[in-house]
Design a binder for this molecule. Sequence first.
Ligand SMILES: *Cc1c(COP(=O)(O)O)cnc(C)c1O
Length: 453
Amino acid sequence: MTETLLAAEAATLPQTRHLATAVPGPRSTELHAERTAQVTNGFGITLPVFVTRAEGGIIEDVDGNRLIDFASGIAVTSLGASNKLVAERVAAQLAAFTHTCFMVTEYESFTKVCAWLNRNTPGDFEKRTGLFSTGAEAVENAIKIARAATGRPNVLVFDEAYHGRSLLTMAMTAKVNPYKLNFGPLPTEIIRAASANPLRPAEGLAAGAEAALESVEATILEHGAGTFAAMVIEPIQGEGGFIVPAAGFIPGLRKLADKYGILLVIDEIQAGMGRTGTLFASEHEGVAGDLILTAKALANGVPLSAVTGRAEVMNAPHAGGLGGTYAGNPLACEAALAVFEQFEDGKLLENARRIEAVAREILEPLLTSTNVVAEIRGRGAMLAIELADAATLEPRADLAKEISSACHAAGVLTLTCGTHGNVVRLLPPLVIGEELLRDGLTVLAGAIADAAN
Ligand SMILES: *Cc1c(COP(=O)(O)O)cnc(C)c1O
């Protein structure tokens, strides 16, 4: 069996699944009780185990269990949760200085991160970049920049979108529970249009890009084309269910944006940075956004986000109008530079594509051997299984939950997502070893088969 992997080769944490206790084990259960006594109830939890170490494709917990990581901290630690080069660079920066605030005094790593993004994001035009800390902050700043550049107020977002949990971005996010429930009033000037979900087209629309694009254009015209600063779209909708839009939808949005002078903002926060087998997921669509947003895997777990885009748009805000105390913190910039270096030889992108091939080989037989797998979709190492009755397409959130619980108990950390909560998603680190990947996928396939019976 070939090991295509990077971190696995040098791992000090054994790259094998191991159950020492039940999952969660007794020590995790104790710590979780303490957590409940101290931490706000507002934070949910996928799997209440407490982590001691994580590396490559493995998370080790306080009870000595080694779990297979199919989450990467939600598409963040793509290079493994203790990537050596990232750790070295951050440690060196930590010893030199931790923080100056880029708005007070400067450091070169900030510029270098911006230069790399300007060079490597889609779009053959002059670009500028601004760095921030979280994904939601990048989205919010993209809206500030787009409004400054166009002088227009409205923001077009889409069905099943996820853009964050801050006040503006939760308004842009589609799903009410858990993201928006009880948190209103929400900011206005956010208008939602149909997306092109191939399996579940918007109410009353035919499947495919064409009908969705007609509906989007109607929505734009209804509110006045001249009122929109930006339209914001994920190249693969993440929290919404790993929905790959119908072919032609995103290129069609590019055309509508051009037609009406609206800026196209591509939110690559989850799908970008190599996750889908290309550096940016919009490359699959042959489309360049006027602005492109990155975060999550950008600095492999050190908080960093970016807005990159056309120089004239990015330079529209007045000096002093953008920033943030921690925006582009030097530790995060060093981490990002270490990430960029490891993308250079193309092996990580190859790994993402290899992960897809192995996953499809193991999971696709379930499309015919069970009658509850409606679709296996995604690109590269961003893959999902939608659970629904084959005949009626009735979403089966109960099965997604049951399958995830079975995986967790067996030592495989999976996540769910989707508007209906009926999607199991896979976001393994790009450095996961093939043997480990196959082990985790075999557990998952078994859990799906059991749940179907
Ligand atoms: C996670 C995510 C965000 C928000 O990022 P945070 O760092 O959690 O604020 C925005 N857009 C997409 C597509 C995301 O997946």
